[in-house]
Write a protein that binds this ligand. Structure first.
Ligand SMILES: [Fe+2]
Length: 199
């Protein structure tokens, strides 16, 4: 099934319009690649001659998860930033208290996780342990655990901040946290089926 790129208004304080526009082009490229890979997989005729060292099938399957995660993570990232001043709701504050010793504890851990990441920093609910974690991803397909549900997503690739911040990652992380759309985070939390399990 073909997917189409979502439209995101420029409404965020953490990055400039110039930075945003160049990033949206990359996002659109991931959408195109998902569609290209999906079509190429559909068009393959058996036997697929799959091989773990090298094969066309392996290349397509590796590209499939990389590109699809690229789409999913960017959509979460663009929609959890805002120019409005918002703050965590009561439910999120309870989460921060229980899992991080309070909001400041969460900020410290999230900012450290972001500084250490080469790809993404994702605040997640882990359905297996029924706890919240900040997860480090070095690329779209490296780092996320199964059953983790993203609540806040931060892109730490250089392409996400270099136009605005050059090498000043710490300032980008600070401005991102200041500009989190807590309404979006609260909505994601409310949608979450916390008892969900596959075993
Ligand atoms: Fe990105």
């Amino acid at each position: 099934m073909e997917i189409t790129p979502k439209k995101f208004p420029y409404d965020m304080s953490a990055i400039s319009k110039d930075q945003f526009d160049s990033h949206i082009k990359l996002y659109n490229g991931y959408v195109d690649k998902v569609n290209e890979i999906t079509k190429d997989l559909f068009d393959l005729t058996p036997p697929f001659q799959a091989n773990a060292t090298y094969s066309k099938y392996r290349g397509l399957k590796k590209g499939e998860t990389y590109a699809l995660d690229g789409v999913i993570l960017h959509e979460a990232y663009f929609s959890n930033m805002t120019s409005a001043k918002t703050s965590p709701d009561e439910c999120l504050h309870r989460v921060f208290d229980q899992c991080f010793g309070g909001y400041e504890g969460w900020v410290n851990d999230f900012a450290s996780c972001a500084a250490a990441a080469r790809g993404w920093c994702v605040f997640c609910y882990d359905q297996r342990t029924r706890s919240f974690r900040n997860i480090l991803m070095d690329s779209h397909d490296d780092g996320m655990t199964c059953l983790a549900y993203p609540i806040i997503v931060l892109d730490m690739y250089e392409h996400a901040y270099f136009i605005d911040y050059k090498t000043d990652k710490a300032e980008y992380i600070k401005r991102f946290i200041d500009g989190i759309c807590w309404r979006a985070a609260g909505k994601r939390l409310n949608k979450l089926g916390r008892e969900t399990s596959i075993a």
